[in-house]
Design a protein around this ligand. Sequence first.
Ligand code: NAD
Length: 328
Amino acid sequence: MRALFFSSQTYDQESFRAAPAMEGLSLNFQAARLTEATATLAAGHEVVCAFINDELSAPVLERLAAGGTRLIALRSAGYNHIDLKAAQRLGLSVVRVPAYSPHAVAEHAVALILALNRRLHRAYNRTREGDFSLHGLTGFDLYGKTVGVIGTGQIGLAARIMAGFGCQLLAYDPFPSPQMQALGARYLPLPELLAQAHIVSLHCPLTEQTHHLINQQSLALMQRGSMLINTGRGALVDTPALSDALKSGHLGYLGLDVYEEEAQLFFEDRSDQPLQDDVLARLLTYPNVIITAHQAFLTREALAAIAETTLENIARWAVGNPQNLVEG
Ligand code: NAD
């Protein structure tokens, strides 16, 4: 059996080659992103392994199915980028990696919080330039501040790290978690959470209900000077509205690991080309914004777990006993 990996990077190849091999499965790695134009590369591969910015729309899935693909193995937890109805219609099975390291993502969210608060990005550049001044670097104590967690699944729950700093936890999720409540978190309706939190961190999946959950109206409910962290999915926030809120000073800090239009940008070195995305270009001008290019998952432990679970998913599917199926 042959598996083709789209959007694969060196670290993917290393982690998949290091994971326990499945007998009879050949792994073929492709740097190209999966799109309508590249789908034909998968001809003759029963398994296509895709990442978050690969295109898994109906026309792409039709091409894959026509080329003999029968399993889409997502090497991600999120599955908002696949047309599940089309997959079902075409008889394609879809599997994913529901949990690889919630700690990796939650710890990255905390890294953004700490860097933004203590302005590490600015301090780093200053000292390298021989500027040892402190003006503009004043932060705040995290101790005693209120953190609002939106989506308290595996990653949101790992945001318990903030309780260790002495923060109060507020939460919003249609399915409250007893473990989160045991940490002292109070579940509130979204408008109340937004109004009370000093820091808001997004950890819910991207669905029709959560699309642009943070928009002009919800930003207006947040306290002036508060911090927003998004390590979930780009389209959870209306990005132009963020820019307006930063410009007016209403939003005090912004940390993004995901961006609505990231598919055409992230995971590649584009430093020698003019940035074509004006919204992103504007965001990058604010001193109180840090943007990372979807790297929250990128720890050794998470990569090893993604590889291991994906290969297990393929092996289980191959023997007719699938696990981690995603159904529409
Ligand atoms: P999870 O399924 O364990 O938890 C998601 C939680 O969100 C659940 O508790 C669910 O009830 C809640 N939820 C659903 N709809 C909601 C709504 N309308 N409002 C508030 N909460 C809602 O998922 P997880 O493993 O914690 O991952 C969360 C998301 O993080 C993923 O869907 C993915 O988009 C994102 N993610 C990002 C990265 C990264 O590298 N930046 C890596 C992994 C996952």
